[in-house]
Ligand binder design. Structure first.
Ligand code: ASP
Ligand code: MG
Length: 404
């Protein structure tokens, strides 16, 4: 018995049957004696459709009007869901972001939640009502509707869970939880019972699109217990929390890959102070994210700087560097799109020095060449040829997770 926040993503509420299924999950939780606040996304592709619709009217529409439009998707879901719950005979009320007291800053289309006034929600809960709240939206100090950025409903749910001091925040989605690797492509991938906030943050950044990054940051900050689970199967999901017990023989939780990256090499830049600063401040000013960086030891002819960017940023990054060639003074610029990043993530590697060696051994045994390496406290990433990426993930996964 306690307060549970349940968030349902777009696929979980995509049509009438699925909405009824969600209404059933919510009312079952309620009938078990819990207070329930549910946060819903827009149905299926609604948000994409609304963006396309706006584009036809005015491709340069203001962000304020876009937020006015995009917030309607969630309003459809919550009202329909409340109706489905009414039909099941439970007391319920749906609320928009502003009715629910979700106050944000004024950055339209990418607003941050500043505070949640829980008075209204609490009043409804005290009347034993189920409360259904629109995800992804809030209101700013000018009383304009704002949205939180794509995928932002996860963040709405975590913010509410934190503000209401909920016992648990369940994120219902179309996958069963977090896996040791992508179960669609990696043999032997298993669901994890638990991961830490830090592991989840790394995995979110690595492209395991289970949770909105900001929602995990917020959950970590306010110590909100999260559970990622499927609205379709009814199986227990993956818990995300501060500290986890890991029974595995290995100290990693997951192997991930990212094929949508490219490498840029600046060959023969002057071996003098400030070169890296010039290169990376230029890219940063133009909002280009740089990932793995490698700088060789300088010698008389100069030094080489290699780094990776998202494939979608490659042309822009290379163009910028060419435009500033006179300033940076490199001899040659080379790009490579036939590469992929493979990473292992695990909170346990901080205290276990063998992880990198084990990873390299797996790749050596499979005859896979490593182009670049980068490490953090809980992650090791290697750059391999794109053609080797799937095999690399499989052999690394086998090495760390094979039973026996
Ligand atoms: N409906 C919004 C989107 O599609 C928010 C969300 O689903 O979390 O991005
Ligand atoms: Mg989502």
């Amino acid at each position: 018995m306690g307060l549970i926040v349940q968030k349902f993503g777009g696929t979980s509420v995509a049509d009438t049957d699925r909405l009824r299924n969600v209404a059933k999950i919510i009312t079952d939780t309620y009938k078990a004696g819990n207070q329930v606040v549910a946060v819903l996304s827009a149905q299926g592709d609604t948000t994409d459709d609304l963006i396309a619709m706006a584009g036809k009217v005015n491709p340069n529409a203001s962000n304020r009007e876009m937020d006015m439009l995009l917030s309607t998707g969630e309003q459809i879901s919550v009202s329909l869901c409340a109706m489905a719950i009414e039909a099941l005979g439970c007391p319920v009320i749906s609320l928009t972001g502003w009715q629910a007291g979700m106050f944000t800053n004024t950055v339209s289309r990418n607003a941050r939640i500043k505070r949640v006034d829980t008075e209204r929600i609490e009043a409804e809960l005290n009347q034993r009502k189920i409360v259904i709240v629109t995800g992804f939206q809030g209101i700013n100090r000018n009383q304009d509707i704002t949205t939180l950025g794509r995928g932002g409903s996860d963040t709405s749910a975590v913010a509410l869970a934190a503000a209401l001091d909920a016992e648990l925040c369940q994120i219902y989605t179309d996958v069963d939880g977090v896996y040791t690797a992508d179960p669609r492509t990696v043999k032997g991938a298993r669901k994890l019972d638990e991961v830490t906030y830090n592991e989840m943050l790394e995995l979110a950044t690595l492209g395991a699109r289970v949770l909105h990054n900001r929602s995990v940051e917020m959950a970590k900050k306010y110590n909100v217990r999260l559970e990622v689970l499927s609205s379709f199967t009814g199986h227990p999901g993956t818990k995300v929390k501060g500290v986890v017990k890991r029974m595995e023989k290995s100290y990693i939780s997951s192997v991930a890959k990212d094929k949508n990256i490219s490498r840029i090499a600046l060959i023969g830049v002057p071996n003098e102070i400030g070169t890296s600063f010039k290169v990376f401040s230029l890219l940063a000013q133009n909002h280009i994210n740089v990932d793995i960086i490698l700088q060789g030891i300088g010698h008389e002819e100069g030094k080489d700087i290699c780094f990776t960017v998202a494939e979608s940023d490659l042309l822009r990054a290379a163009g910028l560097l060419e435009d500033h060639r006179d300033e940076i003074r490199y001899a040659r610029l080379e790009t490579n799109t036939e590469i992929a990043k493979v990473s292992v993530v695990g909170a346990g590697m901080i205290n276990n020095p063998g992880v990198a060696a084990t990873l390299f051994e797996a790749l050596y045994d499979a005859n896979i060449n490593i182009n670049m390496i980068s490490t953090s406290e809980i992650k090791i990433s290697v750059l391999v040829d794109k053609k080797d990426a799937d095999k690399a993930v499989q052999v690394i996964h086998d090495k760390f997770f094979s039973i026996g």
